[in-house]
Design a binder for this molecule. Structure first.
Ligand code: SAM
Length: 325
């Protein structure tokens, strides 16, 4: 059995700065690797673990059995973060953690076609109740839509050609396995353009997975809801694994980190905007070389962290009004 190595664990602990009676939300509990260490720090606090994949949540719940009295497992999507917190913890939280993407379990054991190195039924749904699987996308979406998905979520320069090959192949036989799909992509991407260190189907598989699980569209709202739920002084920490995700984290954090949103040529602030967080990671933290050597899957991880401010910083306009009063 594979155990997922929690990525950048020591740095996450350092940034989250967990206190014994904290209320923590792990929005992506996976196999519970990070949460196990969070729970070790608690004494009187609570950890709410959210996970949309029923099977992996079962594994985490077993693994964290010794801490059952502090642990609330919830099978749900973190897009419902606010309502989940309201019906479980029911108050403000101190720490929020996201470790985005999928777990080693999904690649190695789920049997759902996440990996181009395995020949498994094409599915790629984390939540098995979702209506559309990778099988449906690959076999029924038209070429234009396939191109858009592979380009938008994989940034794959051969998206059009790959979509063309997929449509050509499925006219002969339905594409039902990850092995078949990997083979089609390998034929679609000209050999001289194959990337040196990764499989030529990496970006296509990533794109389909992101689309099927709606990974990008829900992220911004979930991050904003997370910040909103935090008590003053609370912290939010996010690990992302590709630039599409990291761009969203960066832009949400930088938006909440700045008070005034007026155009730069306005002489004074008229928006009255408040600064909600202070970003603690000017640049995203990355795993060190020892971690990458031990766990190559960690190489693309980027960690960003912010603290919720206790007092909102006054805008220039508020300052001016204060002085002119
Ligand atoms: C990288 S893994 C987390 C690994 C975990 N930190 C550990 O150490 O074991 C990400 C997990 O988040 C889950 N997940 C992804 N998107 C989700 C969402 N929108 N809502 C709930 N869970 C999600 C995936 O099913 C996966 O198990």
């Amino acid at each position: 059995m594979w155990i997922h190595n929690p990525v950048m664990l020591e740095q996450v602990l350092c940034y989250l700065d967990i206190k014994r009676d904290d209320s923590i939300v792990d929005c992506t509990i996976g196999e519970g690797g990070h949460s196990l260490r969070f729970l070790e720090h608690l004494d009187g606090g609570t950890l709410l673990g959210i996970e949309q994949d029923e099977e992996i949540l079962g594994r985490a719940t077993k693994r964290l059995h010794d801490y059952a009295e502090h642990f609330i497992p919830v099978r749900d999507n973190f897009s419902n973060l606010k309502s989940i917190v309201q019906r479980t913890i029911g108050k403000g939280v101190d720490k929020i953690f996201f470790d985005l993407g999928i777990s080693m379990y999904h690649f190695k054991e789920s049997g759902r076609g996440f990996s181009f190195n395995r020949d498994e039924p094409l599915d790629m749904r984390l939540d098995q109740s979702k209506p559309v699987s990778a099988l449906d996308v690959v076999n029924t979406f038209n070429r234009k839509k396939l191109t858009e998905i592979i380009w938008a979520y994989g940034e794959e320069r051969f998206s059009n050609r790959i979509a063309h090959f997929i449509v050509g192949e499925r006219a002969k036989n339905p594409i039902t396995t990850s092995g078949q799909l990997a083979d089609i992509v390998m034929r679609a991407v000209p050999k001289k353009f194959w990337p040196r260190n990764v499989h030529p189907a990496t970006k296509t598989f990533q794109a389909l997975r992101i689309f099927v699980n709606d990974e990008i569209e829900i992220l911004e709202k979930a991050l904003r809801d997370g910040v909103d739920l935090l008590r003053p002084g609370g912290r939010i920490c996010v690990i992302s694994f590709h630039s599409l995700e990291d761009r969203i984290v960066k832009s949400v954090f930088s938006d909440l980190n700045k008070g005034c949103h007026c155009p730069p040529d306005f002489p004074v602030c008229v928006c009255g905007g408040k600064q909600f967080i202070k970003v603690l990671t000017k640049k995203p933290a990355q795993p060190d070389e020892h971690e990458v050597e031990k766990n190559p899957a960690s190489r693309s991880a980027r960690l960003r962290c912010a603290v919720k401010l206790n007092t909102t910083i006054p805008t220039i306009r508020e300052e001016e009004m204060r002085f002119s009063a």
